[in-house]
Write a protein that binds this ligand. Sequence first.
Ligand SMILES: Nc1ncnc2c1ncn2[C@@H]1O[C@H](COP(=O)(O)OP(=O)(O)OP(=O)(O)O)[C@@H](O)[C@H]1O
Length: 310
Amino acid sequence: MAYDKEMLAEQYNTTYQLLTDEQKTIVDTIMSVVNTQSAAIYFLYGYGGTGKTFVWTTLSSELKQFSHWLLDIRDGKIGQYNDEFSEITIPDEFLIKNYDDPIHAIVEATYPSLIDNYSDINYLQKRVVLASKKEIVDKINDYVLSLIPNHEKEYCSADSIDKSDELLNPAFALLPPEFLYSLQTSGIPNHKLKLKVGTPIMLLRNLDQTDGLCNGTRLIITKLGSNVIEAEVITGPNSGNRTYIPRINGQSLHHIGLYLPHPVFSHGQLYVAISRVKSKDGLHILIHDNDGNPKNITTNVVYNEVFANL
Ligand SMILES: Nc1ncnc2c1ncn2[C@@H]1O[C@H](COP(=O)(O)OP(=O)(O)OP(=O)(O)O)[C@@H](O)[C@H]1O
């Protein structure tokens, strides 16, 4: 895995320029298959010395570059680390830099022509927008919901203080439900959940492992009842199954939109987000500062002690 990324990029650029028309057709055809993740098998046949190895060298130098960049991010090998935090520069090819509204831009890059495609399960299955904070995820969800023409339904949680906590501290009994509803906790949906038929959702809990309803399973809402939601599974072996979710996350995807108005803050978060994409053509990253100006630098957090005992 000791590939030199700059050397590979230079090798690719040099050899690609030298390819004959026939060799270029072979390289372009194979790269388009890789980039669209279609399955194909090619057999490269030719007389000795006609450039088969040359074609393979060109292809492999291109293919190794992206995976090597990902591994460097995972291992914290890019940038100068200060207290396990490092600022890294994202290559231009992944960046969205021209936008008026960043949320509109990241949704459009990941879900192009959403209005025409939101009922196409195959289209939804392959895409996801990721962000590092729940408040940002909520903004993206609200924007996507506003685009979908179906009727919106709101589901509210019914939060109350656990009686045993009241015994520990009687002051807990005085907390009104409105206060509980205002709390935003990592890993738990907010008090109000707005949903529409046709929108993709992701389970955050294991509901029924035997039926494939696990943390991370993605579904499309097909009906919204008052106490139950009907949804169709769109990922995993149970894809196509309809299920009912009473009122009460490692897939690989073709398109990942990563929206970072704030830098990532926990170990490995950046690697986990970008390594979900199947090929680099599907990676769209939008980073901006507090004034909304585009940036190409973000933070990578890698605690080396995590690897120490492996
Ligand atoms: N487009 C090209 N531009 C410049 N040099 C090339 C090009 N294609 C092939 N070559 C050179 O031609 C020589 C033979 O090419 P290569 O080794 O790729 O052929 P091969 O088909 O793999 O041969 P063999 O079947 O004998 O292994 C090498 O020195 C290679 O660098």
